[in-house]
Design a protein around this ligand. Sequence first.
Ligand SMILES: Cc1ncc(COP(=O)(O)O)c(C=O)c1O
Length: 425
Amino acid sequence: MFEPDLMQQIRDRFCHVDHCPFQGARIFFENAGGSLTLKSVVEVNTELAGLPDNQGRDNPASRELARIIDAGRHDMRLFLGVADGPVFTGESGTELLFRLVRAAALGTPSGGNLVGSTLEHPATASAGKRWAAIAGKEYRAVKHDDASATVSAQDYAAAVDSDTRVATIIHTSPVTGMAVDVESIVRAIRARSPDCIVILDGIQHAAHGGLDVDAYDIDGYAVSAYKVFSRHNYGFAWVSPRLATLPHDHLDGMPADFWELGTRDTSAFACTSQVVEYFDWLGSHFTDATDRRARIVAAGAAIHAHERDLIALMIDGDGARRGLRDLPEVTLIGGPDNPAREGLVSIVVAGRPCAGVVGELNRRGVRTHVRKADYFSGNILEPLGLPTCIRVSLGHYNTAEEVLTFLREFESIIAAPRAAASGGA
Ligand SMILES: Cc1ncc(COP(=O)(O)O)c(C=O)c1O
């Protein structure tokens, strides 16, 4: 785990790290619902919100906005690890993924099929179903494995054939916390359909362990800003040169690979630059490299390692405190020994309604979340016969002490007489 001094420096850079303005002291284990926000993001956002100038004018303010946008675009490339193909912002991760899937479904030869998986969030699953039907393609959902709570290359291989024109993949599930082996899935797809347009939903993964999009051999990748230390109301995406130039909503007169529609929110680019600057700063503690991309990669590896240790503590406990695996009434979705897990555990407690446990944790100052078998999580929970689960999701700014506090409160809640933590499903 991070050394205490670095941990303090990290925590100092985020807003509301241990305190909720509406509740008071609290531990934040709801990172899959939205990460903490960097203070630098709030500062730059506030500065830019007051500027009246628009882009594309011959005045100093407008030129500064253009510079910020260019720098933001450059930083998005560094963060994602992409050389060619445009990067652009959109309203949300969902909106961006719908645009990518739509262009791929309509822009590839008609007929054939579009393959996704039951592990996916509706951002790609709904888009895939809708645009496959409109484009005259069969929609195929690869069934994920309930026991490991993830999806494999073999699972995709069974569904993909030479007529697969488009495939969608979720990088990490926000319900199970399991990442997929992107490279092996893409190899399995390309072995059967070399020209398939492959689109990844990177929204849950982006804050948890480094991106290397060029290495994935894919065509599209989308990230939500509020899931990776920035603010709500924008996301950013990359598309490969060949997906970039498929027909898409586009302003006449702009280059064929231009995807932006209307005046840019300069602050979205400035905020992203602050996120990338943060990765750069964090990475500088783990490598002597002067190259920014190398430092960003080092930050991703360090985040992954710190979160892996926090998760191990949560599951295994330490000498003094029992972990989740030691509590007989607790079941971990995906099992306790799952190497695919990234920064998140989803659990159920025999005989305890999840909402009651989450409510009681909240009263004790530990923020977690109930996932219900609704449109967002039913794909995972229904096959397991679960109406709900408790999601405990970490960020790299969380500490071992916070994990131990969670374990202490959780164990005392589930040991209490039933009525204390009941109510709701
Ligand atoms: C994997 C995944 N995809 C898509 C989304 C939707 O992102 P947004 O809220 O930016 O539309 C989420 C949000 O939780 C997610 O976790």
